[in-house]
Design a binder for this molecule. Structure first.
Ligand code: UFG
Length: 353
């Protein structure tokens, strides 16, 4: 007997990582359902997902803190697993608005798990972050490194992981994979989906993209006196399409009956701010004017992953290098303002009841 394709619900499905994971899962043969409240994404993403997957997206606009709305997604159809992306993610904002971060990130996780439990769905992939390592003592950072949080955003990821561990201890039927992302960058090679920062970008690569495009006059390099080879901060940048494939691997693991896991997703290689700037200038053919500025409070000098567990347990390895990350980011940057699809929402089939 041929079994039906597993059905996977993505929360935060239209966001940066959610949308790339949607495409990767659809290409891998999964049936994908999405929910998103568009608080940090746009309905236009659905039209682009339709173009990329060749299917009308099955989607419901909902906030994950709204149990009744999630109930309507689960009732009447079997959902085999959930990938929980929906969360607020700006470190600085979390310090100014801790209640919003705790309410959204932990409230959303709890509500999602409760509705899942009520419907007998106990397979979850959780978007965690390398932020849970705080200021790392040793590099590369392995999953058993000490954990700490330096801001409310990081705290929500640490507590989120703890909630899931407690759930797994209380009920052996619950299995989850916490994926600790390093620095996701880049965009889909089509130029159709990518990161859409609202206002001033907080992160390096989207800021560099806007400088290259002439939308901002220069990049501020936050510190050039770190104990790193060129004095600028070093991070483990990871192509978002590789990251999306990591979610496919984690789901495959869970749906094959695999155990609960915590896994780093990174390349295992660090790049400095100056290396990113140089790679971006090469990929875009544009100059990137830079000014040296003081260190940004809370930044660590260097952070990169020991990515060996993901290779050993999930069979996942990042495939794309810094040049490809910059090239795909640039393609997205230069094409995003020229698309006509924002007026074409009716093409998408909304299936939420
Ligand atoms: N940087 C600049 N100028 C900028 C922006 C960043 O010089 O305008 C530098 C930073 O100082 C740092 C590097 O570029 O050295 C990377 O900064 P990002 O803000 O892109 O990334 P972070 O590593 O600081 O933060 C990311 C995520 C967080 C997550 C953290 C740890 O944005 O959500 O990784 O995993 F918590």
């Amino acid at each position: 007997m041929v079994s039906a394709a597993p059905t996977v619900l993505l929360t935060g499905a239209c966001g940066y990582i959610g949308s790339h994971t949607w495409v990767a899962l659809a290409q891998a043969g999964y049936r994908v359902l999405g929910v998103d409240d568009f608080s940090n994404s746009s309905p236009a993403v659905l039209t682009r997902l339709q173009r990329l997957t060749g299917q009308a997206p099955a989607f419901k606009q909902a906030n994950v803190c709204n149990a009744a709305a999630l109930e309507t997604v689960f009732s009447g159809q079997r959902i085999d697993a959930v990938v929980h992306f929906a969360a607020l993610k700006a470190v600085g904002e979390s310090t100014a608005q801790p209640l919003a971060y705790y309410a959204n990130n932990l409230g959303g996780l709890l509500t999602t798990c409760r509705v899942m439990q009520a419907h007998g769905c106990r397979r979850l992939v959780f978007s965690s972050s390398a932020t849970v390592y705080g200021a790392p003592q040793h590099l590369p950072i392995a999953e058993d490194a000490p954990l700490s949080a330096t801001n409310p955003y990081g705290q929500t990821k640490l507590v989120g992981e703890t909630i899931l561990q407690d759930l797994a201890r209380a009920d052996a039927a619950w299995r989850h994979v916490s994926l600790r992302y390093f620095n996701p960058v880049g965009a889909h090679e089509s130029g159709l989906i990518g990161e859409e920062p609202r206002g001033t970008p907080n992160n390096l690569m989207p800021y560099v993209a806007q400088v290259a495009a002439g939308l901002r006059p220069y990049l501020q390099i936050f510190g050039n006196d770190y104990p790193t080879p060129d004095g600028t901060g070093v991070r483990d940048y990871l192509h978002v399409v590789d990251l999306a494939q990591g979610h496919v691997a984690a789901l495959c693991h869970l749906l094959d009956g695999g155990d609960t896991l915590t896994v780093n997703l990174g390349t295992g290689r660090g790049s400095s701010v100056l290396e990113v700037v140089n790679a971006y200038a090469k990929a875009s053919g544009r100059e990137i004017p830079c000014h040296i500025a003081p260190r940004r409070p809370g930044d660590v000098a260097a952070c990169w992953a020991d990515a060996s567990r993901a290779g050993e347990v999930l069979g996942w390895r990042a495939q794309r290098g810094l040049g490809e990350m910059c090239g795909d980011s640039w393609r997205w940057q230069i094409t995003r303002d020229h698309r006509a699809d924002t007026q074409n929402q009716s093409a998408v089939l909304f299936t939420g009841r």
